[in-house]
Design a protein around this ligand. Structure first.
Ligand SMILES: Nc1ncnc2c1ncn2[C@@H]1O[C@H](COP(=O)(O)OP(=O)(O)OP(=O)(O)O)[C@@H](O)[C@H]1O
Ligand SMILES: [Mg+2]
Length: 309
């Protein structure tokens, strides 16, 4: 294992009976990195995470955290790991504050100034009994406990699904704080704006297979830039330029909108420059575009997998 790798997953597979929930999952998370684990419902994010936590046993492949086997060495791994699931279940008769302290104690940590700070940030009323909490409030309890521990690796499985935008922002600030402290984070999500802001690299999983891993910049290369341009000469040959798609005339004379594969951007700009550019607007590709391409490519199967839930 390389020194700065916190999590290493190599050809991991998991079968539930005949159903292959994970077919071939490989990726690493480096020290100090926030890694986004992105995929549609039923893609295998939680299954992967449950294997990392030692809750499920893999059918094949290997996974190590801190260089230790996730199944055999789970007790020792858990001493340096914090985890928040998407569905948080709490003891109904305890108050939020009592549960936070209990979760901390179970993890060998203590209620600290940081805990109080987090309770304030997330505006949690810690005196209420857990049975009276909404989904978002239950998530806050688990997040506050996780963020107040001093762990080396934090795993969040769709942790903000019940949080409103303000609390999501607080969540993001705290993840960035962990990153500044050199901690490592695995964050599963299908909210792309969340990932774009926080993650250094992302892995896209679909139907139990990683289909893409890389930095956001690397992924953006796979997407198209939208250009709106006005030129002094007519752009009669634009639609024949390589990499150009969806040419549409605008409202003004010689105004067109089109998209271009990022790798052909240079060629297209040269072509446009030869026609006398008088106005130009470009919209950079978003991760959303990239993700939608994967959804569209196999929308049907995505649905079928989701229906197993
Ligand atoms: N214990 C189980 N027994 C049988 N099938 C399971 C089990 N756990 C998960 N699955 C199936 O494995 C697939 C992957 O599920 P998983 O929960 O990992 O998806 P996910 O990516 O976390 O989805 P979501 O975004 O909805 O949380 C799904 O088709 C699911 O139905
Ligand atoms: Mg899940």
């Amino acid at each position: 294992m390389k020194k700065d790798v916190v999590l290493s997953i190599d050809h991991l597979s998991k079968k539930f009976g005949k159903f292959e929930a994970l077919k071939d999952v490989s990726f690493d998370v480096n020290k100090g990195e926030v890694f986004g684990f992105i995929g549609p419902n039923g893609a295998g994010k939680s299954t992967t995470i449950r294997i990392l936590l030692g809750i499920l046993k893999a059918s094949g492949g290997t996974a190590t955290v801190f260089g230790q086997d996730v199944w055999k060495d789970s007790v020792s791994i858990h001493k340096r790991l914090a985890y928040v699931p998407g569905d948080v279940y709490l003891w109904p008769n305890l108050s939020g504050g009592e549960i936070i302290d209990l979760l901390l104690k179970l993890g060998g940590a203590k209620h600290s100034a940081r805990t109080d700070e987090l309770i304030k940030q997330f505006k949690l009323d810690p005196t209420k009994k857990a049975r009276a909490y909404s989904k978002g409030n239950r998530q806050k309890v688990a997040l506050i406990a996780a963020f107040s521990t001093d762990s080396d690796f934090y795993i969040f499985d769709e942790p903000t699904s019940g949080l409103d935008p303000l609390n999501e922002e607080i969540f993001q600030q705290n993840v960035l704080k962990l990153k500044q402290e050199g901690k490592s984070v695995l964050l599963s999500s299908h909210i792309l704006s969340e990932v774009e802001k926080m993650c250094d690299r992302i892995g896209i999983i679909r139907e139990g297979q990683i289909i893409e891993t890389g930095s956001l910049d690397e992924m953006r290369h796979l997407t198209r830039t939208v250009i709106r341009v006005t030129t002094s000469e007519q752009l009669s040959e634009l639609h024949n330029q390589p990499g150009v798609h969806g040419v549409e005339s605008g409202t003004k004379t010689n105004e067109v909108t089109f998209s271009v594969d990022s790798e052909y951007l240079d060629n297209v700009m040269k072509y446009l420059a030869g026609k006398g550019i008088t106005a130009l607007q470009s919209t950079p590709p978003t991760l959303e575009d990239l993700f939608m391409r994967y959804y569209n490519a196999n929308g049907k199967q995505v649905k079928e997998v989701g229906s197993h839930d």
